[in-house]
Ligand binder design. Structure first.
Ligand SMILES: Cc1cc2nc3c(=O)[nH]c(=O)nc-3n(C[C@H](O)[C@H](O)[C@H](O)COP(=O)(O)O)c2cc1C
Ligand SMILES: Nc1ncnc2c1ncn2[C@@H]1O[C@H](COP(=O)(O)OP(=O)(O)O)[C@@H](O)[C@H]1O
Ligand SMILES: [Mg+2]
Length: 633
């Protein structure tokens, strides 16, 4: 038989209780005099002593009451059995010796055993042991703890134990034990609920919360269902980072960290992300409670429930002030390095230019020195000759006149003189001598001119600005280069066409300007020589090499010197680079690539003029130099 309603002391079925119930029933029946009576109709038995009859009636009524009670009891027992059997919790009845006397099907399922395997087994130690997750120390002594109940009148204990299961890992169960009566004896009714999953979840939750607490990054959770997105949690790292206590953060919105100079674009980005319920990461300036600023690298993610409904936002914050400062410092130092590199590059370029300029001006200077020296050396003897030539001419004329007088007054000389006159062909000699003297005069004149040109070109003595005749400079340069333009056995001469305009004296550094003419004319000769190597004599005759030099005054304040050749011209690529230092298309030993870069510098920097080049393949090349007439300092 099963003990019904073990939890209620009043309903514990024991014999005393039963007796009480029956007497109550009988008392009720006795009061009811008018109720139909089974004996009252039986008149045949009216002769029986009244006491007997009344006793019999009483007995009969008792039997009826017992029957009814039995039925009630059976029904109640069945109901209760049903409840116990179908209970989701495992129910085990353990007698005072600790042996199992009843198990429901949930208990069988929990332990993974049939009831016959469980019945009679020792419950404590065999089926349940104190578990790792137990709060209370439980062992077989648990029995002694029964009675430490909080509820008055209920001897109960509640604890967590481990259920030892057949062929399966132990389950953590919540066990509730109450005293009961089993087959007339005092026993224990244990209700067991499998809380393994709940326990694991709790454990994981505990771990997560430990992880959150131990994390060095700030973590804050806001309730997305509140209009103000109030924070419901923040970890210690967040509190440490911001200087606000957890109490101050919870219930508040994180915008309290922002200041006047917090980047509005970053805040707007957050606002957009929150509105779109999407993830966002920003770095923005925030302020601690004490007013100190810090850079916050903030990542906000939405959290949804199983149905996809937004419930929370999680913010993860990291103080990146140091990194940001380092980044800024790096940017500054990078900018400085770049600036320095640019300066260095400029300095290097200048150095290269100065170097090449030095080399060139050294060359020019030695050339100038040589030219000046030669001019000087020639000048003396030539002036000597030039100065004496006039006297020679005079003396010769006088002598010839004297000879003529002799011939007039002594027409018949002696034989010896006669023979000598014939031998030297006196008439021819007298005529030729005069001519010789005049051609010597022309020659000496030419030498003087050349010497003058050489001295003019070298301008060695003129390092300062001076108003000079540009045409003289061009002419003396052409004179120096003349030997390269003359026809030789194998090459044709280069024609020079001059179209000189009326030029005023130009204030300039004469030596360097001559150097520019020298470089440009030299290049033109190089280009023409090169192209002639590729042409037949006929082609050269049909289209002879030419250098045209034209000058004019432009815009009143400038002179323009154009030096054009009908050579091969340049490609666009070459043209783009001709003024670059060390750019050359000529073979090693011939080209240095510094002529034009120096010329550019002399014209543009030293004279604030301009130099341009127009050139196309097959169309020749023209250099156009513009110099201010007055030098502005
Ligand atoms: C979970 C969460 C964490 C946030 N953490 C920060 C933060 O650390 N610093 C900050 O300046 N803003 C933070 N914000 C953004 C502000 O709370 C606020 O949403 C933002 O300023 C835009 O809204 P408002 O226009 O109402 O100010 C966070 C927002 C959420 C939802
Ligand atoms: N008149 C020209 N025709 C064709 N190319 C020219 C002419 N003048 C200059 N160049 C080109 O410009 C380059 C640079 O000239 P330059 O600076 O004087 O150096 P280099 O004469 O030593 O090569 C030359 O190598 C050549 O390719
Ligand atoms: Mg050159």
């Amino acid at each position: 038989m099963f003990v019904p309603d073990a939890n209620s002391e009043s309903n514990i079925t024991n014999i005393n209780g039963l007796k009480q119930t029956i007497s109550k029933k009988l008392a009720n029946e006795a009061i009811s005099e008018e109720s139909p009576d089974i004996f009252s109709k039986d008149t045949t038995e009216s002769h029986l002593p009244l006491s007997y009859i009344s006793h019999q009636r009483e007995l009969h009524q008792m039997q009826l009451a017992i029957e009814e009670l039995k039925r009630d009891l059976k029904a109640s027992e069945a109901r209760f059995h049903n409840v116990i059997a179908k209970n989701a919790d495992s129910i085990v009845v353990v007698n005072k010796k600790g042996l199992v006397c009843f198990v429901n099907s949930s208990a069988q399922h929990l332990f993974g055993c049939k009831d016959e395997e469980l019945l009679g087994k020792e419950f404590f130690g065999n089926l349940v042991v104190e578990g790792s997750a137990c709060d209370l120390e439980i062992n077989t002594d648990i029995i002694h703890q029964v009675g430490k109940t909080e509820l008055p009148g209920m001897r109960v204990v509640q604890t967590e134990v481990e259920a030892l299961r057949k062929d399966r890992e132990n389950a953590i169960v919540e066990m509730r034990v109450v005293e009961t009566e089993w087959e007339g004896k005092m026993a224990y009714l244990a209700t067991l609920r499998d809380i393994t999953d709940r326990k694991r979840t709790e454990e994981m939750l505990w771990l997560y919360s430990r992880a959150m607490a131990a994390a060095s990054t700030g973590i804050v959770i806001a309730d997305a269902t509140t209009s103000n997105l109030a924070n419901i949690y923040c970890n210690p790292a967040f509190a440490k980072m911001t200087g606000y206590s957890q109490e101050e953060i919870i219930g508040n919105n994180c915008r309290l960290l922002q200041g006047n100079d917090t980047d509005p674009e970053a805040v707007d980005q957050i606002r957009q992300a929150l509105q779109n319920q999407s993830q966002c990461t920003v770095v923005l300036k925030n302020y601690r409670k004490d007013g100190r600023a810090f850079w916050n690298q903030l990542a906000i993610s939405p959290v949804r429930d199983r149905k996809g409904k937004l419930t929370h936002f999680i913010g993860v914050q990291m103080d990146v002030t140091k990194g940001k400062e380092a980044e800024e410092a790096l940017q500054i130092s990078e900018a400085k390095s770049r600036e320095q590199a640019t300066k260095l590059e400029v300095a290097l370029n200048q150095l290269q230019q100065t170097h090449s300029q030095l080399v060139q001006s050294e060359k020019m200077s030695s050339l100038g020195l040589l030219v000046a020296g030669v001019a000087h050396e020639i000048n003396n003897p030539v002036s000597f000759i030039y100065g004496n030539l006039t006297h020679l001419d005079n003396y010769t004329q006088e002598l010839l006149y004297l000879l003529k007088l002799y011939q007039q007054h002594y027409p018949h000389p002696v034989l010896e003189i006669k023979e000598k006159i014939e031998a030297i062909e006196l008439d021819f000699l007298m005529e030729d001598l005069t001519q010789m003297l005049s051609s010597m005069n022309v020659g000496v004149d030419r030498i003087c001119q050349i010497v003058n040109s050489l001295r003019n070109f070298s301008r060695h003595d003129e390092s300062a600005i001076k108003a000079v005749n540009i045409h003289e400079g061009i002419d003396s340069t052409l004179l120096i280069l003349n030997h390269r333009m003359k026809a030789t056995g194998s090459t044709q001469a280069i024609q020079v066409v001059k179209e000189y305009g009326e030029l005023p004296a130009v204030e300039c550094y004469a030596g360097p300007i001559n150097q520019v003419f020298m470089n440009i004319l030299g290049n033109a000769i190089d280009a023409l020589e090169d192209s002639n190597k590729e042409r037949t004599i006929q082609e050269i005759r049909d289209n002879p090499s030419k250098i045209k030099i034209s000058t004019s005054v432009v815009d009143d304040n400038y002179v323009e010197i154009k030096i054009a050749d009908n050579g091969p011209g340049m490609t666009e690529e070459v043209k783009q680079r001709i003024f670059d230092t060390f750019f050359t298309t000529k073979p090693v030993g011939k080209g240095t690539g510094i002529g034009l870069s120096i010329s550019y510098q002399i014209v543009t920097e030293r004279h604030r003029g301009e130099v341009n080049c127009v050139s196309e393949i097959g169309q020749g090349t023209e250099f156009n130099i513009k110099l201010p007439i007055r030098h502005l300092t």
